[in-house]
Design a binder for this molecule. Structure first.
Ligand SMILES: Cc1ncc(COP(=O)(O)O)c(C=O)c1O
Length: 396
């Protein structure tokens, strides 16, 4: 027979070296849950816990049904959305950002992966503060780029120390430093001075600063602008900025994100954009170009809603015997397990399988996280959050 004897195709060593998707792994533990502690509570994924407004859904439906949006579009995104985003960013950051400096992508995860194709080659290194956003590390591993952890500490509010970054820049000569602020998984908001100092260090060491501000729309209203980097006319020499429409506009399923970068990066980026996305999804681009100005008030309301939810959650879990709330902000709480509890992976498994509470254990976010759990409180209403303390009490 033609297929016999069977020869095993060796799969890529890089993909085999890449971690498995963490969220399905955590949810799989809950398959064993028998309901004894109440309904299952899923705090694994960073998704907004409310729907998009009807007017946005109507725009999406209209655009999805149009022949114009069925065709391929420009590689770096439709002009209307690039203009709308550049305009909104200019207002938010108090700086002039041009539409030509903005590219629209099929989600922020793809934005990161495409940017790294431009900045780093196989064998290069990139600094990632730990705990990190797991898909960043996965994307780097898939590309053969080594992530060097920059440890952060609860005592410092999980804000990386620029002095440590300076040492690692000198030691490893990485192609980029990645900062995520507000942070996933900790919710930490980095001070403007820290972000600016890291940018200056990157410039000095010939590295790029890749700044993922997916959660910027949920910063406290008095915290904008979160840094002054865009005010420097030469920002594109050091900064590559990432954004996601998934959270602020409640459209993660429509896959829209963005990259802001200088001319040199943009010129090379076009190759990655063309090869990996051809064009970003067209119906969502059309609807979001409308939504950026039209939904400004609705977004402000959500910022307030999320801030209230964070305060509610702080009140619920902040005083739980044995537990320590090490950080909370925007979408996430990062909780330290009681000393008597098992390590984070086992603890998350027990909470999911026996208490019906799905969380992500710290080790999914990098080294040194064995005592922490991430709880994405953003995706649950207050009636659900109110049930969390009783489930966590399993370890109190
Ligand atoms: C820091 C960060 N970047 C990027 C993403 C992915 O965004 P998108 O849905 O636009 O791919 C997420 C989603 O959780 C995130 O937390």
């Amino acid at each position: 027979m033609i297929l016999s004897p069977r020869i095993r195709n060796p799969l890529s060593a890089r993909i085999r070296a890449t971690e498995s998707p963490p969220i399905p792994a955590a949810r799989a533990w809950a398959a064993r849950y028998d309901g004894r502690a109440g309904p299952p509570l899923d705090l694994t994924q960073a998704v907004p816990g409310y729907p998009p407004p009807d007017a946005l859904l109507a725009k999406l439906a209209e655009a999805a049904g149009s022949a114009a949006c069925a065709g391929y579009g420009p590689i770096a995104g439709d002009a209307a959305l690039r203009e709308a985003l550049a305009g909104e960013m200019s207002g938010f950051y108090g700086a002039a950002i041009a539409p030509a400096q903005v590219a629209i992508t099929a989600g922020c995860n793809l934005a990161f992966a495409m940017v790294m194709q431009v900045l780093a080659a196989e064998g290069d290194t990139v600094l990632l503060p730990a705990p990190w956003y797991f898909n960043h590390r996965m994307a780097l591993t898939m590309q053969g780029v080594r992530a060097i952890p920059v440890p952060t500490r609860p005592e410092d509010g999980f804000v990386p120390d620029p002095a440590r970054i300076a040492e690692l820049l000198a030691e490893h000569r990485p192609r980029a430093v990645v900062l995520v602020t507000p942070n996933n998984p900790t919710g930490a908001i980095y001070p403007p001075a820290t972000i600016e100092e890291v940018a200056a260090l990157c410039l000095r060491h010939g590295a790029f600063l890749v700044l993922d501000e997916t959660y910027r729309d949920f910063l406290p209203a008095d915290r904008s602008p979160p840094h002054g980097l865009f005010a420097d006319p030469d920002w594109g020499d050091v900064l590559v900025h990432l954004y996601s429409f998934s959270k602020a506009y409640c459209v993660p399923g429509h896959r829209v994100g963005a990259i802001a970068a200088g001319g040199d990066v943009m010129a090379e980026l076009e190759k990655a954009l063309d090869t990996l996305q051809i064009c970003p999804p067209r119906p969502a681009q059309s609807a979001l170009a409308w939504a950026i100005p039209a939904l400004a008030t609705w977004r402000d309301g959500n910022r307030a809603l999320m801030a209230d939810r964070a305060e509610t959650f702080r009140g619920l879990v902040g005083q739980l015997p044995g537990w320590r709330l090490d950080a909370i902000g925007t979408y996430f709480a990062y909780l330290r397990l009681p000393d008597s509890a098992p390590d984070a992976i086992r603890a998350a498994e027990i909470l999911a399988a026996e208490k019906g509470l799905m969380t992500l254990p710290g080790p999914f976010f990098g080294p040194g996280q064995d005592r922490h759990l991430r709880l994405a409180f953003a995706n649950a209403g207050e009636h659900i959050l109110a049930q969390v303390p009783a489930r966590l009490a399993a370890f109190s």
